[in-house]
Design a protein around this ligand. Sequence first.
Ligand SMILES: Cc1cc2nc3c(=O)[nH]c(=O)nc-3n(C[C@H](O)[C@H](O)[C@H](O)COP(=O)(O)OP(=O)(O)OC[C@H]3O[C@@H](n4cnc5c(N)ncnc54)[C@H](O)[C@@H]3O)c2cc1C
Length: 436
Amino acid sequence: MEVTVIGAGLAGSEAALQLSKRGIKVKLYEMRPKKTTGAHVTEKFAEFVCSNSLGAADCTNASGLLKKEMQILGGELINIAFETSVPAGGALAIDRELFSQRVTDRINSDENITVIREEITEIPKEGVIIVASGPLTSEKLADDIKIFTKKEHLHFFDAIAPIVEVESINFDKAFIASRYDKGEASYINCPMNKEEYEKFYNILINAPKIELKEFEKDAKFFESCLPIEVLASRGVDTLRFGPMKPVGLIDKRTGEKNYAVVQLRQDNSAKTLYNLVGFQTNLKWGAQKELLHSIPGLENATIARYGVMHRNTFINSPQLLEPTLQTRTRKGLFFAGQITGTEGYTESIASGLLAGINAAKYVNNEELLDLPKETMLGALTHYITDSVQEKFQPINSNWGLVPPVELPKKEKKNKKLKAELISKRSIEILNKMTVF
Ligand SMILES: Cc1cc2nc3c(=O)[nH]c(=O)nc-3n(C[C@H](O)[C@H](O)[C@H](O)COP(=O)(O)OP(=O)(O)OC[C@H]3O[C@@H](n4cnc5c(N)ncnc54)[C@H](O)[C@@H]3O)c2cc1C
């Protein structure tokens, strides 16, 4: 029996490779380049649409644990991510071109996977299916999913940060450093004094935004991916305690402490492009230019890509899905990726991995994998499929999802120890499992 995977994004690509690895034939449908999503810019598979960072790399962070778990579970894309990584302090950031090229090559050369460059407009009525069409699922398919789920879709908004050309940055003002000198010094930092920050802030709060369409007016944002103008509207200092926090970033040339700092992260291995960290925005392009040019060091910056905002669609997973990522009413139908209500690149790849493993098990009449809540991936899937939730909102990996660990009395507030113990517990559980 073959499996149909809809969408060759992060989740769909991972799922297809997992199925193939288990000897199962896959039909992988991808609508690009015939039809685009508005955010993707290439026709390659597993394209990173915004930042090039998958978040923290090590297990003292929830996202780092998720990465480790994927490696234990035999994830394919996570290994390609490490192979194509670029320096980013404690984070795993990738060369987006190289990454998606490698994934595309792997899939195209896989004998078990047939790629069909077409839009799927309806969930196929029969067979084993993985819907991994992402937050920007085409309208026709989204309408059909709505019929299947008998519920309104939920949606919120994501925004993309601008990217600038490194050549155009003024290094008389900008300096290279990682926060607290962690890892290789790889971020470009644009420091601001109080006066410069206030000028920047005034431009920002008065800047015109792109008008939302009628159906977008009740915009809900994902809290950890808020547009910079929304953060700024919460108070003059919100940015200085958020993406523009200056702590741990000192220009060694001057030794001076800064009032605020704009950080730029390497975006490609050629080191020609850098994205502005936390600067996702829906400002009009002219306003973005004015704002960026008010930042010391970026006075003449050439903007390679402007920030934009997009609708993000997800299903009501608590009412619809099992922790195996099967739908409750049709066991051969799986959902994976951001459309399930997990948020983030790492999370999308991880759910593609689980859906791929489970669709293979389903085809082979084996018991499906329901990961324990003590693992980060298990905790995430249990969270999004917990029917007790009333107002479901997307979620990314975090320590609050997993059952607590016992800490010695004196260490109750030791967050690092807590993270280490949770990670150790999860890794031990997964290493003991022989179900893959
Ligand atoms: C604008 C935006 C910015 C984001 N920025 C970040 C970020 O900076 N960091 C982060 O961690 N996460 C970010 N996310 C969230 C999320 O991690 C990414 O969207 C991620 O790519 C989701 O993976 P996915 O596999 O679910 O979907 P995708 O990677 O989008 O893959 C879905 C694929 O399905 C295809 N498709 C859609 N409909 C059909 C159809 N009907 N038939 C055939 N093919 C179809 C699409 O073309 C696409 O290739 C962002 C999301 C959006 C929308």
